[in-house]
Write a protein that binds this ligand. Structure first.
Ligand SMILES: Cc1ncc(COP(=O)(O)O)c(C=O)c1O
Ligand SMILES: N[C@@H](CCOP(=O)(O)O)C(=O)O
Length: 461
């Protein structure tokens, strides 16, 4: 299995190399040269298997000889052992044809744990073989950062720097990042929004002297391994509702487009997915792009679903690559236009995207109302991101069962959830003292040179 860049100019890599590389050296994102497919029988055989076994079967065809079978099975087992639900990703029913996929039973209470716990294991195994030391720099709007810190804290051969937008994550999210006492963890509160944080991380990758000097690695969904690990729960949930003998639909609360792109890969692999619905909050660039054909940024607006406060949606580039017939030069030209504010999607590419994805938007008032009505109707207390998904899903339910991804636990956003529902969700007992723990955070400017100097200085200590 080989991996190629969406911009067509970077070296072709193996799975293991792509995982340790992160961003391609031409600025693009790695994707499989071809997507392996499953037969109907292979998909049917997943029904009733433990999550770990489904993970092994779904991911193995993408991985070449990176890990031997017993080693990969052991890494998967360790990754999911700390989850607080035996099913790992349980489904609950919200209505006659509407199901919620709870992806928040991992250690940091968000869907990011599914991939981050596993790539934490895989990267450690890879580093143990090479004896290398790496520097992870990640950008977060709240959940990737805490999941990455949880997965890599305390390791002797990894430093993990997380840039988050100052004042724009929830207090629980911030404390998850700032309270681990481990000296290899560096929480950085940056002036700006998530798009600024993500842009500075990409700038660091595109500065080869810096990148090679600090041995930079990425754990955002620019890293293909992150996306791949998220493909698994599309299969586990679909087969439990009767796939491949009947199609299912998914609605995905979307920001950086990594999670829904994992659903797209599941469909490419042969999983019968009827609708794949992009659900955005008021930062609705993806919904606008699907409807108008123009992908134009108009500034990040803070919302009550802060982890989706994103305008430059990194993984959309992977979808554009396929929509433009895998023409790397065309994608590179679009990304150059995006730096100046936006681009128009060609008619052919737009038709392909519309044939693949539906979309919808949920306002702040609608998010609050959905938390309240879903609680009253079903007893399920949603986080604001999951509520965005449920609202948009309700507009898209057809004959196939609809599965909405519940991407975070409501206790990560207690103020917004309490304001909407009157109920203040509590953290699990293992995190009950989160607000008593000492915080360690460095305030940083939105300035590449200053950030690079800080990283160099910290890793030299
Ligand atoms: C709770 C939550 N929901 C949804 C999203 C959006 O996911 P993606 O960025 O993969 O589109 C995020 C952030 O990634 C998130 O943290
Ligand atoms: N919503 C994310 C933003 C980063 O997304 P990623 O999937 O590319 O890591 C977050 O919570 O940090």
């Amino acid at each position: 299995m080989q991996y190629i860049s969406t911009r067509g100019q970077a070296p072709v890599l193996s799975f293991g190399e792509a995982m340790m590389t992160g961003l391609a050296r031409d600025g693009g994102l790695y994707v499989p040269a071809s997507v392996p497919t499953f037969t109907k029988e292979e998909i049917a055989a997943l029904a009733g298997l433990p999550y770990e076994e489904i993970a092994y079967r779904v991911m193995s065809p993408f991985m070449g000889d990176t890990f031997a079978e017993p080693e990969f099975r052991a890494l998967i087992a360790r990754a999911y052992a700390g989850f607080g639900h035996a099913a790992r990703a349980p489904l609950v029913q919200l209505g006659p044809n509407h199901f919620l996929l709870e992806l928040f039973h991992g250690p940091t209470l968000a869907f990011k744990d599914f991939a981050m716990q596993l790539i934490g294991q895989m990267m450690q195994a890879a580093l143990a073989k090479t004896g290398e030391r790496i520097t992870i720099v990640g950008a977060t709007s709240g959940d990737t950062g805490s999941a990455a810190i949880e997965a890599f804290k305390g390791l002797a051969n990894v430093d993990v720097f997380i840039l988050f937008p100052h004042g724009r994550v929830s207090e629980v999210q911030r404390r998850q990042m700032t309270t681990p006492p481990d000296s290899n963890v560096h929480a950085l509160a940056m002036d700006g929004d998530f798009d600024d944080c993500q842009a500075r991380v990409k700038d660091m990758f595109n500065d080869f002297a810096f990148r090679d000097g600090v041995r930079l690695a990425g754990v955002n969904s620019i890293n293909w391994a992150r996306v791949l690990a998220q493909v698994v729960y599309y299969f586990s949930s679909a087969v439990s509702l009767g796939a491949p003998h009947r199609a299912v639909s998914f609605t995905v609360p979307t920001g950086n487009f990594g999670d829904i792109f994992a659903g797209y890969i599941a469909r490419e692999m042969g999983l019968p997915i009827d609708k794949l619905v992009i659900a955005t909050n008021q930062n609705d660039i993806l919904d606008r792009a699907m409807k108008s054909g123009s992908y134009v940024t108009d500034g990040v607006k803070p919302s009550i679903s802060p982890s989706m406060d994103i305008q430059v949606s990194s993984n959309f580039e992977r979808a554009l690559f396929d929509a433009y017939g895998r023409d790397g030069a065309a994608v590179a030209a679009l990304m150059a236009e995006l730096k100046a504010g936006g681009f128009a999607i060609s008619q052919g590419a737009l038709e392909m995207l519309r044939a693949t994805f539906a979309s919808g938007r949920c306002s702040e008032d609608e998010t609050r109302a959905t938390i309240k009505t879903t609680l009253a109707a079903t007893g399920e207390l949603l986080c604001p991101h999951s509520a965005v998904g449920v609202k948009v899903a309700e507009e898209n339910i057809g004959t196939a069962p609809m599965i909405t991804l519940a991407t975070a636990h409501p206790a990560k956003f207690p103020d917004a959830v309490e304001a909407a529902s009157g109920i203040r969700p509590g953290l699990p007992p293992r995190m009950a003292d989160l607000f008593d723990r000492a915080e360690r955070v460095t305030r940083v400017p939105n300035d590449l040179a200053a950030l690079q100097a800080l990283v160099r200085e910290r890793i030299a200590r």
